[in-house]
Design a protein around this ligand. Structure first.
Ligand SMILES: C[S@@+](CC[C@H](N)C(=O)[O-])C[C@H]1O[C@@H](n2cnc3c(N)ncnc32)[C@H](O)[C@@H]1O
Length: 402
């Protein structure tokens, strides 16, 4: 296990882009991986994982290294030194790594394990919010889990193949996967790999989609031939799943306020051979008005804090602000109020988020039901990252009775 100069320099430059230029970690990682075509799988793995680790543990490393959050190149190297020492890399004889206090780093790390904001490397406000919403014991478990690296999960596109056949084809391309109990169409990668390069991806045989997220479309109880509105469709992760569950029969109207996302959705439908989706940009209140009371099923996959998916987006810990969470809670209530009206009498809606905060989840549903006696809650499901090992999600199925 040796540190290679060009890989570490790429990591340092990438951290600058994320923390000083405000770029998104996943985009920066993608760019970094294109830097040298000669890098092998192990080099690429080192670059991607080290960038994510340095983002995830920023506050912990800052505290150990005595660096401030605004980064000079010198400070990034100091944080990198903390990473290298804690991961057990022998330090090379480079100028940037002269005089690294290895014993002090290890001692400080042990000392900080007693303080949650440092141990779990989170901002004060997020820790306070987590404790307030979930209670200290529950929050401590969830945030610990949310700091682990996300596994790669695939959803079989049942319009094109079966899970077993997909597993065999991936194995032929050198990618080992396993089934996961309780997730009908999911395959889990045994080892991280770039699945987007495979032939089976190009053929539309699967989508990358976390296991918890795969529960949402199923929760809506769709059937072939139904008219379904996916109100916050984004780039269509759940739209594609709905289409597969509906066997491409019936109609799905995918809406969002961003046209750019719906364009990506269209590209994905073509690859997945999905034929029953039309898209509509919500650019005025008329779009919603026109569709009132017309749907058998409505999915409201609401915008949220994303606290349930911190594994996947560790930079959200630093980008998210308390004001954003307060505002998004108001937006969710408005969205639920307005889009629930799209369903017919006798039809059903699912309200879902990728958050674990009751304020964004069961409390929203409770408030909505208080003001809407025409709806009843059939069931709801909280997916705990700690208990499941996957993303944190919430979903509630409600029926419109009158
Ligand atoms: C959780 S994401 C959706 C993810 C998507 N359903 C999927 O499975 O890939 C929430 C989406 O809501 C959209 N959004 C935000 N405000 C909205 C609004 N007022 N009406 C409709 N969509 C909205 C965002 O653009 C974002 O794409």
């Amino acid at each position: 296990m040796r540190l290679h100069r060009n890989l570490v320099f790429t990591v340092v430059d990438s951290i600058k882009l994320i923390f000083n230029e405000g770029e998104y970690a996943d985009k920066v990682v993608q760019k970094a991986l294109k830097r040298d075509a000669r890098w092998g799988a192990r080099d690429r793995k080192f670059v991607a994982e080290t960038i994510y680790e340095m983002v995830r543990w920023k506050r912990l490393y800052n505290e150990i290294a005595g660096t401030k959050s605004h980064y000079t190149t010198e400070n990034i190297w100091k944080n990198f030194a903390v990473f290298a020492v804690l991961k057990g890399y022998p330090l090379p004889d480079w100028n940037q790594l002269q005089g690294v206090p290895e014993r002090r780093i290890k001692g400080k790390f042990d000392e900080l394990q007693k303080v949650r904001i440092f141990k779990e490397s989170i901002p004060d406000w997020l820790d306070e919010l987590g404790v307030k919403e979930l209670g200290e014991k529950h929050w401590t478990k969830e945030i610990h889990e949310l700091n682990k690296e996300a596994e790669v999960i695939l959803r079989t596109n049942t319009l094109k193949t079966t899970k077993l056949s997909l597993q065999k084809k991936l194995a032929d391309e050198g990618i080992e996967t396993v089934f996961i109990d309780g997730y009908k169409d999911a395959l889990k990668l045994v080892e991280r790999a770039n699945v987007f390069k495979t032939e089976v991806f190009k053929l539309g045989f699967f989508e990358v989609q976390d296991a918890s997220s795969q529960l949402v479309a199923e929760y809506l109880e769709v059937k072939p031939g139904m008219r379904v509105i996916d109100t916050c469709a984004g780039a269509g992760g759940k739209t594609l799943h709905l289409a597969a569950l509906m066997e491409n029969k019936g109609q799905i109207i995918a809406t969002d306020i961003y046209e750019s996302k719906l364009k990506k959705l269209k590209v994905r439908t073509r690859r997945a051979s999905v034929h029953n989706v039309t898209t509509k940009v919500i650019d005025s209140s008329k779009v919603i008005k026109k569709m009132k009371g017309t749907a058998d099923r409505v999915l409201i996959d609401a915008p949220c804090s994303g606290i349930g998916v911190l594994k996947r987006n560790p930079d959200s810990k630093w980008k998210l602000q308390p004001e954003f969470v307060e505002n998004i809670i108001k937006t969710q209530a408005e969205i639920l109020e307005s889009y629930s009206q799209l369903v017919k009498v006798g039809g059903k809606i699912v309200y879902a988020t990728c958050s674990i905060l009751p304020s964004e989840n069961e409390k929203q549903v409770k408030n909505f039901l208080k003001n809407h006696p025409e709806f009843e809650l059939e069931k709801d499901h909280k997916v705990s990252p700690f208990k499941s090992g996957y993303d944190g999600f919430y979903m509630a199925l409600m029926k419109r009775n009158s």
